[in-house]
Design a protein around this ligand. Structure first.
Ligand SMILES: [Zn+2]
Length: 261
């Protein structure tokens, strides 16, 4: 039985995870120290504890640094919010089974980190995508998800091999090898039927986003020359599609039924 209060507490807990992911995304593999207090990126003022409360600090400061009034990246509240929602969804989806909850939450926390990192640095960090793949394969092997290990392996291969081939053929121009690795992890987590749905969804979401970007840039005077060649990280689309397929219980049959309309 899921109590509303539990969901709220888990949402708040998730926003705290989100604020750690933000700090990690700024620091991981950039030469900056992983430890030490956060500071304003503009004026370098060390942030007080009161300025580190997820979501509320951003709202309270109206998105500006308390010292120099420089704008704070909306990445902070957005990631905190998304992490909170993911935590609450993971809890509801696993129906109070603690082991499954930890598995699902760990998987999607890593995926969220990969998205943020890919958006900031246009690279998918190997260590994290391998960890996600290991969690997904381990979860099905040890029975913490609804799919079995053969489905897990099949999903991983069917999703990643075409992307890896596309990477080889296009010499990395159309898609990155990191995307193939991410598809491997997501296929291992979702299995074949749901994974195939996520695969198609990721390209549709990516295409819609690309179209939107082209429209905005063609109507905008301050166009930064967004063209089809602009390097748009694809990782976030894979992650979004995986979350939609998993939490929305969308399988290949739903996609096919939608296409037949
Ligand atoms: Zn500042």
């Amino acid at each position: 039985m899921i109590e509303p209060l539990d969901v709220i507490i888990l949402f708040v807990f998730g926003t705290i995870i989100g604020s750690f992911l933000n700090a990690l995304a700024f620091r991981y593999n950039t030469g900056r120290s992983m430890w030490g207090r956060s500071a304003c990126l503009s004026c370098g003022t060390t942030l007080k504890a009161i300025h580190l409360v997820p979501l509320l600090s951003y709202l309270g400061l109206k998105g500006k640094c308390a010292s120099c009034k420089a704008g704070i990246s909306p990445q902070y509240p957005i990631v905190e919010m998304v992490a909170g929602v993911l935590t609450a969804f993971s809890f509801m989806e696993t129906q109070g089974d603690t082991a499954s909850f930890i598995v699902v939450l760990s998987f999607f926390t890593i995926l969220l980190f990969i998205s943020v990192y890919d958006l900031r640095h246009t690279i998918i960090p190997d260590a994290f995508v391998y960890a996600a793949a290991l969690i997904a394969l381990g979860a099905s092997f040890f029975g913490y998800t609804t799919i079995d290990i053969s489905d897990s392996v099949l999903g991983a291969l069917v999703l990643s091999v075409p992307i890896a081939l596309l990477w080889v053929i296009s010499r990395g121009r159309l898609i990155g090898l990191g995307d193939a690795k991410l598809f491997f992890a997501c296929g291992a987590f979702l299995g074949l039927v749901s994974g195939a749905a996520a695969f198609m969804l990721s390209f549709w979401i990516g295409a819609l986003f690309g179209l939107g970007l082209l429209l905005v840039s063609s109507f905008s005077k301050r166009s930064h020359g967004v063209t089809m060649e602009s390097e748009v990280p694809f990782g976030p689309f894979i992650v979004l599609a995986t979350a939609v397929a998993y939490f929305g219980h969308i399988g290949l049959y739903d996609i096919l039924a939608f296409l037949a309309l």
